[in-house]
Design a protein around this ligand. Structure first.
Ligand code: ADP
Ligand code: ASP
Ligand code: MG
Length: 410
């Protein structure tokens, strides 16, 4: 039998009892005859605790040192899990990202994986060991420790699975699969047995943090069989499928949301060629990701630009935009820090032109104002005030027929 890669997230390794439960599950998988590589996250809350300490010292701490700091969370878990495995008679060895040579570029805190060396892993597997690998971390060509962005252990797991040509990459978490929307917000959400790769990509990029977006991209690139399951209960979870989309696919398969957005507008910019680049480049150059850009030309030689950024970047983006406004002679800069994005996603949408209209009607019926709209073949996203987010997600979930049937007797 081939290799299985299992990834356990923060809650799944959040206590020593949980780590022992993970060890038992790994032991069972090994006993079934598979070679097993386990990728783990830091214990839940640990990455935030580490970031919090650094921020107390310096809000603008060096990104290199931040990576040295936060990567320690995963190092604790690999050792504890290896100890728990050895205790129950499983030959296990732990490896940091550096030890297993997870090569990345140098963009600290959001590094991209360039290469995974399998020599060390192969040797241990050939010797019958379970290898416990630290997720979220790698090292660049200058031997600096790097990290892959929040939720990055998912991507470590998929990268290892791709490099080893694993039979399956199993992402164990605190929910038993991918749901029609976050089950913590909508209790009527339904678990999906399968979700198409395209839909998972959209769901992840639009805020469903159950899988880090880059892990889905990576899985697609190398056709890694990918499954999301619960580490708390048995079940077959959700398989990410690479099958062709069939005509009976539901129009809307899921609803994603992101509550951490902020919106900025620069008003009255001279309407000249290359102005968009001039206005937006300083923000991109500062490493701030820009989303949902709209340019409005007003017909009086002036234009407005509106875009969204992550809320954590709002202050910095506002300062940069104010500088740009002075340089280009814009009229003013406006912003709103409490914006959320809601998106409906479905591969069946492309041949159902009325879907966006239904979405707008549902939101209108609830008196929810939309600030911005963006569409693609398989998704429609709107920006709304954060305070209406739950109402919007729940109403859309019901309107598109996604609510689970109430269980008999309830
Ligand atoms: P881990 O620590 O295991 O990596 P995460 O917290 O990163 O776990 O991801 C799991 C969480 O993702 C769930 O607890 C759930 O609240 C959230 N989530 C958001 N959208 C969805 C969705 N569509 N299906 C399942 N979970 C979702
Ligand atoms: N520990 C990291 C985080 O909290 C990586 C991960 O859990 O995937 O973001
Ligand atoms: Mg995660």
């Amino acid at each position: 039998m081939g290799v299985i890669v299992q990834k356990y997230g923060g809650t799944s390794v959040g206590t020593l009892e949980r780590i022992e439960a993970v060890a038992e599950r790994v032991k069972r998988t090994k006993a079934e005859g598979h070679d097993v590589v386990v990728v783990v996250s830091a214990m839940s809350g640990e990455t935030n605790r580490l970031i919090g300490m650094a921020k107390e010292l310096d809000l603008d701490a060096s990104r290199r040192e931040m990576d040295v700091l936060v990567s320690t969370g995963e190092q604790v878990t690999i050792a504890l899990l290896a100890i728990a495995l050895q205790k129950i008679g499983v030959d296990a060895v732990s490896m940091t990202g550096d030890q297993m040579r997870m090569k990345t570029d140098s963009s600290h805190s959001k590094a991209r994986i360039l290469d995974v060396e399998t020599k060390n892993l192969d040797q241990h597997l050939a010797a019958g060991k379970v290898v416990v690998v630290a997720g979220f971390q790698g090292r660049d060509e200058f031997n600096n420790i790097t990290t892959l962005g929040r939720g990055g252990s998912d991507t470590s797991a998929v990268a290892v699975a791709a490099a080893l040509k694993a039979d399956e990459c199993q992402i164990y978490t605190d929910v038993d699969g991918v749901y029609t929307t976050d089950p913590r917000m909508v209790p009527q959400a339904r678990r999906l047995d399968t979700i198409t790769f395209e839909e998972m990509l959209e769901m992840a990029s639009l805020g469903a943090k159950v899988l880090q977006i880059r892990s889905v991209e990576f899985a697609g690139k190398y056709s890694v069989p990918l499954r999301v399951l619960s580490s708390f209960k048995e079940g077959s979870g959700t398989l990410i499928s690479y099958e062709e989309v069939n005509m009976e696919s539901p129009v809307v398969s899921g609803i994603a949301f992101n509550r951490d957005e902020a919106r900025l507008t620069i008003c009255g910019v001279p309407d000249e060629p290359a102005m968009a680049a001039r206005v937006l480049s300083p923000i991109g150059d500062a490493g701030i990701d820009i989303d949902m850009i709209v340019q409005n030309t007003l017909g009086d030689g002036k234009a407005d630009f509106t875009f969204t950024v992550h809320r954590d970047d709002y202050r910095r983006a506002t300062d940069l935009l104010n500088q740009v406004a002075t340089e280009v002679g814009a009229q003013k800069v406006q912003g709103d820090e409490h914006i959320a994005k809601v998106s409906i996603v479905g591969v069946g949408m492309w041949n159902h032109p009325g879907v966006a209209k239904t979405m707008f009607e549902v939101l209108g019926h609830e008196n929810i104002n939309m600030h911005q709209i963006s569409t693609s073949e398989i998704k429609v996203s709107v920006l709304i005030d954060e305070k209406y987010l739950e109402l919007a997600v729940r109403s859309l979930h019901t309107a598109f027929g996604l609510d689970a049937e109430p269980e008999a007797g309830k």
